[in-house]
Design a protein around this ligand. Structure first.
Ligand code: FMN
Length: 203
């Protein structure tokens, strides 16, 4: 469902039981889908408690395909997380309060090949339906992998996009069905945080 916000033109995605027939989504989730990845960033996590990896992502989307609510992420094949994304059937996309931006910066500049992301990130890993997220997350989208495809540079139409692949590995696109949403209750302090405006209290 697409809605217009009241301050400016804000597109919101709202997932609820009326919209997703037959799919158990326990929380409504309203956000600005055009900027949440770009402005807030997210952690993409795959694996189980014994072996998982996480990395920061700022490219991604949410929407509908094949009649399902989905989240889409783009992972360069050179990332350690890519190995987990290929191997695992589930992944999580989690969003954090502004105070964790520095942590997300570290998790987005160091590889799990060189750093113990589970113990040294300062975040508290927690299991969620067989895959992983972190206690500190405001919102976690639990995703079941539906589809992956390499973004083949030979299919690029706008030549400006080519620069992203001149010196770097290609991206693989992963589409995951959002099977559940874990959302921390928003307390008054967080709600008043101007950086937190993308998140709204449940009706
Ligand atoms: C703000 C930010 C956004 C990023 N977004 C992406 C992304 O969408 N896709 C991607 O492949 N890498 C992205 N990266 C880079 C990875 O997070 C980074 O290479 C990370 O160290 C990979 O960790 P890994 O090797 O443990 O998987 C981003 C980095 C930052 C700082």
């Amino acid at each position: 469902m697409l809605l217009y916000g009241f301050k400016s033109v804000i597109f919101c995605v709202i997932l609820d039981e009326k919209y997703i027939k037959g799919v158990k989504v326990i929380m409504n989730f309203e956000t600005d889908i055009l900027s949440i990845f770009d402005k807030k960033w997210a952690l993409l996590t795959a694996g189980d408690k014994d072996s998982f990896n996480t990395m920061t992502v700022s490219w991604g989307g949410m929407g509908t395909i094949w009649g399902k609510p989905v989240a889409t992420v783009y992972v360069r094949t050179s990332r350690y997380t890519h190995e987990f994304m290929d191997r695992e059937g589930y992944f999580t996309v989690s969003f954090y309060p502004e105070e964790y931006k520095k942590t997300l910066g570290v998790l987005g500049s160091k590889s799990g090949r060189d750093m113990d992301k589970m113990n040294d990130s300062g975040l508290t890993a927690k299991e969620a339906a067989g895959t992983m997220t972190f206690e500190e997350a405001e919102v976690t989208l639990m995703c079941r992998k539906l589809f992956m495809q390499r973004l083949d540079p030979s299919n690029i139409i706008d030549k400006d996009v080519c620069k992203f692949y001149e010196n770097d590995a290609p991206h693989d696109m992963y589409i995951g069905e959002i099977i559940d949403i874990i959302k921390k209750p928003v307390n008054k302090a967080n709600f008043d945080d101007p950086h937190n405006e993308l998140f709204v209290e449940e009706p």
